[in-house]
Design a protein around this ligand. Structure first.
Ligand code: ACO
Length: 429
């Protein structure tokens, strides 16, 4: 592109190239800014900063558009399987039948978790949060598979690590749930599909036959696809920045899990249900809670509302809201919390505070209601998000490595004390 941005500093004008993406997004490439001018840019929370170019996910927050590798999220959620989408994110193209079969076979092959790892679970408090366990366990994989720690590992080793991660995460998640219940762990059943196998490990018991309900499997498949990637969000950026130091992939993903856990990010799905239940238990006075969220002296926020990039609507929330109705109907469940959620959305969307700030329901607003309907406990909601986001994190890491991106290292403007001399303790006032 021949267009340039000019910046005038201290009376001198500098030119910087404009970079344009395939969907017309534009950026000023300021890579040489500091070297040329001595200035840096300052952007708290990276609200205007592009940290990379990426060909994985496109989203337009104003228009409510989300594509994985060019495919609209609506089509993928409706028609694809989660492993197909994982393959797409990782490899850039949808798999043909043979490629998909091979990919599924590789995942199946690695679904067991090392028996020694089960012993770790004995030492967690019974009420340990499953996200804390998941982050620790995924990091522990690097100690079981030391080859993964070598930054110059072969492509085959990297592939194996990717298969292991995708294969073992559901097994770990299910073990942590069973551990919490005090129930025996269920081994994976490799005759089942990926999503069905997870449901089997979560809800099956060795004492009885367990049939996976296809309605539940469909619902979960859709939710996992909707969460599978979301370009440079907090956890994906964390994975990329940790990986940029050539830390191993397991540890990079573990860091992503920790970032996701926060209530302003993936942890919001647990907060939403707890909030909706609190509203119900408080007599369903919705205006009162909306006013609390608007009150700047009250730290309460309407969880599941607002998004850094979506300023019109979150397309994932639209799909989930509709699925929520369908699934509850199919399962014959009448959840009063769904009515509260819908009324809360209606009130907030009519309110000037939310209109002015462009705050709309995000992906987490309705997902918890589906998780609840299929029997996933509230504290496991963010684990479900992590299972879905895993292929996206890995694709982001892989792209960063393949692009040979430099170590991530932002700068700062120092605002502390200027140089002063040390005073020995005895002379200090
Ligand atoms: N309830 C009430 N007010 C809100 C909310 C909310 N949920 N979200 C934003 N606001 C207000 C802020 O107080 C701020 O008001 P001000 O301009 O008067 O100070 C304004 O809207 C802008 O909000 P910011 O926090 O500056 O926006 P930012 O882009 O930094 O944050 C975020 C986005 C973190 C998602 C925010 O909207 C939020 O906290 N939402 C609730 C938590 C949540 O649902 N997180 C999940 C996001 S989706 C995901 O990560 C998977």
């Amino acid at each position: 592109m021949s267009e340039k941005a000019t910046i005038t500093l201290d009376g001198q004008t500098y030119e910087f190239p404009i970079v344009e993406g395939t969907e017309g997004e534009k950026a000023i490439d300021i890579s040489s800014l500091r070297a040329e001018t001595g200035y840096i840019t300052l952007d708290f929370g990276y609200k205007n900063t592009g940290a990379t170019t990426s060909s994985i996910t496109f989203l337009d927050g104003e228009a409510g558009i989300l594509h994985y590798r060019g495919y609209p999220i609506e089509q993928l959620a409706e028609q694809a399987s989660f492993l197909e989408v994982a393959y797409l994110l990782l490899n850039g193209e949808l798999p043909n039948a043979k490629q998909l079969q091979e990919f599924e076979g590789n995942i199946r092959y690695h679904s067991l978790v090392h028996e020694d790892m089960k012993r770790f679970f004995e030492f967690y408090p019974s009420n340990a949060h499953p996200m804390g366990i998941l982050a620790a366990m995924v990091n522990s994989f690097s100690t079981f598979y030391p080859k993964s720690q070598d930054p110059n590992r072969s492509i085959k080793d990297v592939e194996r690590t990717i298969f292991r991660l995708i294969a073992k995460m559901p097994t770990l998640a299910a073990i942590s749930y069973k551990n919490n219940l005090g129930h025996p762990y269920m081994y994976p059943n490799n005759r089942l599909g990926y999503v069905e196998n997870f449901i089997h490990m979560m809800f099956g018991l060795p004492t009885e036959d367990y049939e996976v309900d296809p309605v539940v499997a469909d619902a979960l498949n859709k939710l996992l696809i909707l969460h599978a990637d979301h370009e440079q969000n907090c956890s994906a950026s964390t994975v990329r920045i940790v990986g940029s130091s050539q830390a191993n992939l397991y540890s990079s993903i573990s860091a992503g899990i920790a970032a996701l856990w926060g209530p302003l990010h993936g942890g919001a799905n647990q907060e939403v249900i707890e909030m909706l239940e609190a509203i119900r238990n408080d007599g369903s006075d919705l205006e009162k809670w909306v006013n609390k969220a608007k009150d700047k002296n009250d730290p309460f926020r309407l969880f599941g509302f607002g998004h850094r990039v979506y300023k019109n609507f979150d397309p994932r929330a639209r799909i989930i809201k509709k699925s929520c109705d369908d699934i509850l109907k199919k399962m014959g469940i009448n959840d009063p919390v769904l009515d509260i959620a819908k009324q809360l959305e209606e009130i907030a969307l009519r309110d000037d505070y939310f209109i002015e700030r462009k705050l709309y329901p995000n992906v987490d607003f309705y997902s918890g209601i589906i998780y609840r309907a299929i029997g996933i406990p509230t504290r496991m909601f963010t684990v479900m998000f992590a299972l879905g986001r895993l292929p996206g994190w890995i694709a982001q890491w892989k792209e960063m490595v393949e692009n040979k991106e430099p170590i991530g290292r932002p700068r700062q403007i120092y605002t502390g004390a200027t140089k002063r001399d040390y005073v020995p303790v005895k002379d200090r006032k």
